[in-house]
Design a binder for this molecule. Structure first.
Ligand code: GLU
Length: 515
């Protein structure tokens, strides 16, 4: 085991859009592989033909690309030495059959001919006998139609006549199964809890249990990282490795904790109502035509999204929260992944985006904001847009909020905050606005510092406190009572625009008569 090359796979089934829990599984595998100079592989587990969803595979590939967690081997990312990477294509290699034949030959698997009706009848029988979790196992298989109960002759006859059959794992009745999970430590299960899992289905396709083991072995996978929901199947997997004589080649196991709803009550579902997306990209499910919005389309930066995901269940052991991808690779270990579920926190998720927004240069933000302006028919000077970004980014979590917070930089206001007017507009403040307008016409340099000095001097001369007129002044310029640093805004709008806006305001705003 020691000198094995580090090779981790992300092995989704193309049964729908990849939700954020799946992305986290991919992320943790990617981080570990990169940290150890290993490989990260995308394998598509499409053996369940009945659950195949068109577009899902492409969605998975695009999501990984957007998140920047790109496999160096696998479907959509260039074939490596273990192609093909889709299980439906790997079936053609005959590998699944080879391994299941080996299990049959060694007496650790058997053929079962039971029909759906017979299986239902068995379940009902066991339920009636008050068996808690009825399953096909070492006891119940004795009364079923399989190659353990039927004679060799009967089996051959059934096979020859084309009777459908499955291949099942022969799980011993009462044996202790021990395995180690990097996150959970030692897990001990009695084999009486484990059912005789189907390994090969009647359509000849392997089940997940058989296929992933064969592929992990064939692809030299060193670590099998997957969702907690697979933990109950792990004991059966241990037996399969054991019966194939491959226990020493088995990947190390890591079962990731669940992502829980914000209130901690149960698993986060794809229909969560927290108001944030559950999917990396927009996803339309062709089965029921349901639409789910994506982090990308909601204005999240991929760096913020993966940083947030990394902190869902993992912690660095320090107070650091913001990690670039490179820093995550450096810091990541499975030992620091929690056993218990991680609560999804929508506010914190937005906070992450805000942190990344603040780290971007004004030029980068302008590049993202400009197309949104174009959509509104606004084609402003690039330097001006950059300066607007510089001012409005302070209060925003997302670039698209720049418009809401700063549309008045591009369009002069036509309405004015009624609350502020009601409180502040009177003959005296109107007079003040008029005086400031005149002062601004003659200000030598129209800078933030200079316009602020003029503003204060005018207020002082008229016996007004700056606080009495500041907000009103802002409303005259922008229409709204809040916004970025006032005199930075004044400087950016420029003398002509400011004078014009103040004059328009003076002509438009009428004092509200107090009743
Ligand atoms: N195909 C399985 C799934 O989508 C993969 C589990 C694993 O990684 O082994 O959940």
């Amino acid at each position: 085991m020691e000198n094995r090359r580090v090779r981790l796979r992300f092995a989704p089934s193309p049964t729908g859009g990849l939700h954020m829990g799946g992305v986290r599984t991919a992320l943790f595998s990617y981080l570990y592989a990169k940290k150890h100079g290993g490989d990260f592989i995308l394998r598509i587990e499409d053996t369940d033909q009945t659950r195949f969803v068109a577009g899902a595979e492409e969605y998975i590939i695009n999501s990984l690309k957007w998140c920047g967690i790109e496999p160096n081997e696998g479907v959509g990312f260039g074939d490596g030495p273990y192609a093909p990477y889709r299980q439906s294509e790997r079936k053609e290699l005959g590998i699944y059959k080879k391994y299941s034949d080996q299990l049959i030959a060694s007496g650790h698997a058997y053929y079962a001919f039971d029909t759906t009706e017979e299986l239902d009848a068995m379940r009902k029988r066991l339920e009636a006998a008050k068996v808690v979790a009825p399953q096909y196992n070492s006891v119940s298989r004795q009364s079923m139609r399989n190659s353990l109960t039927l004679s060799e002759d009967e089996v051959n006859k059934l096979m020859a006549s084309g009777t459908p059959y499955v291949i099942r794992l022969k799980v011993p009745r009462n044996e202790e199964i021990r395995f180690h999970d990097i996150i959970r430590g030692w897990v001990i299960v009695n084999s009486s809890q484990v059912d005789d899992k189907v390994l090969i289905k009647s359509d000849g396709m392997p089940t997940y249990h058989m296929a992933h083991i064969v592929d992990d072995i064939e692809m030299q996978i060193s670590h099998c990282v997957r969702a907690e929901e697979w933990l109950p199947s792990a004991p059966a997997h241990i037996l399969i490795y054991r019966y194939l004589g491959l226990e020493d080649k088995m990947p190390l196991l890591a079962h990731l904790p669940l992502i829980l709803k914000t209130d901690g009550n149960g698993k986060l579902s794809k229909r969560d109502k927290s108001g944030l997306p559950m999917f990396p990209l927009n996803w339309s499910d062709p089965r029921d035509d349901a639409h789910y919005t994506g982090y990308r389309e909601n204005g999240f930066f991929p760096e913020a999204f993966i940083n947030m995901l990394a902190m869902l269940g993992w912690n660095p052991g320090t107070t650091q929260e913001i990690f670039s991808k490179e820093e995550l690779i450096e810091a990541f270990s499975f030992e620091r992944v929690n056993k218990s579920g991680a609560k999804f926190d929508p506010e914190k998720t937005k906070w992450f985006n805000q942190q990344y927004l603040r780290m971007k240069s004004d030029a980068e933000l302008a590049e993202l904001f400009t197309p949104m302006l174009h959509e509104k028919g606004i084609h402003a000077d690039p330097k001006f847009v950059e300066n607007v970004c510089k001012l409005v980014k302070e209060k925003a979590h997302f670039v698209h909020e720049f418009w809401e917070g700063g549309s008045y930089f591009f369009i002069a206001p036509t309405t004015y905050d009624a609350e502020v007017i009601k409180k502040r507009w009177n003959d005296k403040t109107a007079e003040f606005i008029k005086a400031v307008t005149e002062a601004y016409k003659n200000t030598s340099t129209f800078t933030a510092a200079e316009t602020e000095a003029q503003f204060k001097a005018t207020a002082e001369r008229m016996g007004l406190g700056a606080g009495q007129v500041m907000q009103m002044f802002r409303v005259c310029l922008s229409g709204v009572g809040g916004g970025p640093m006032l005199f930075e805004m004044v400087e950016l709008l420029g003398r002509d625009e400011v004078v014009q806006r103040l004059e328009t305001a003076l002509a438009t705003i009428k004092p509200v008569v107090q009743s």
